[in-house]
Design a binder for this molecule. Sequence first.
Ligand code: FES
Length: 160
Amino acid sequence: MSNELTRADEIIESYDCNQANLIAIMQEIQAEYKYLSEETLTLIAEKLGVSTAKVYSVATFYENFSLEAKGRHIVKVCAGTACHVRKSGPIYDAIHDYLGLTGKKKTSADGLFTLETVACLGACGLAPVMTIDGEVHAKMTPEAALELLEDIRKKEGAAV
Ligand code: FES
């Protein structure tokens, strides 16, 4: 077993490898690693004596489980009613394209950004709203949103 999986192994053992605790085990492992890797899911299946298909189906059924590592910066576009009406959809689409995301991928290939949607942030008067690493950006447009990401990308590039 790789060192990376040692902690996952300990968590599974702490639940006595009991299948009844499958979800709790997955939640705790995700809290530790921030996502559930293929290796981790295989380990869970082996140790609990369940099929990997079952573990995968649980991982994909519950929205809170993530099967990919998150990016360094988390971008959330509000999909609440007020923001939707004020066109948060095109902002999401512009970022999605800018990051080159396809299919179910939420994280850019360079690992810099993860794009998500979020329910109403309670700042409807400032719609459409997005957050970057928890900081709220108000009255966004697709252009303004991409400028913010571009700035971060430049800063990250400068830091390397
Ligand atoms: S709907 Fe977006 S902040 Fe309320």
